[in-house]
Design a protein around this ligand. Sequence first.
Ligand code: URA
Length: 235
Amino acid sequence: MTLERLLQSQGFGSRRECRGLVLAGRVCVAGVPCDDPGAEFDPEGLRFTVDGEEWGWHRQVYLALHKPAGYEVSNRPQHHPSVFSLLPVPLRERGVQAVGRLDEDTTGLLLLSDDGQFIHTYSSPKKKVPKVYEVTTRHPVETAQVAALLAGVQLHDEPAPIAAAACERVAEHHLRLTVTEGKYHLVKRMVAAAGNRVEALHRSRIGGLALPPGLAPGLWRWLDAADLARLAEPS
Ligand code: URA
């Protein structure tokens, strides 16, 4: 693949803009400056820099973001900044989308990708991908509330009760709840229906993939093949 096309595929602008970057001497490939936009490279595993910032070539984008509170999962945020503002411009240019939604005040693991099939798989309720939430409750967690969440709680506008796939009391004000659907405000509504209230919500896991330890709020990282395999495991 020519260097200008390679850069274009990674979100660095139009072919013309990418050619301009190369001609201006702003690009190094495998540590060596390259000012020939037509130079050919095998993109698989290729590392390059643009203005000194290091990139690896990725056919498609699969990311884990530690969503901080105070960000909206939306391309057109209304009251808070968008989670997409936490990503570098080339990734945004590649049309990366969030896999499902988290509320503005929810923190934790958010997947992002430009792979439509992947987004569909991990956001479709039919796939029943388990999502684990750490819930800080306003009132002490009661055994009856855990039992109700496991048995199923009736929500307004839902035809049938919705049950947690797993639910445990971790501490007096800490509930760990696993759901397989992604309905609007689902966990908050389920906890309210069980007679408590969510004070804070954090998603700690999707499928077999935990929020990467050490990934601070607001930071993201690429998912590798092992992460993607973990994601497909039951949690
Ligand atoms: N359930 C909620 O209520 N909010 C979220 O952000 C995610 C799940």
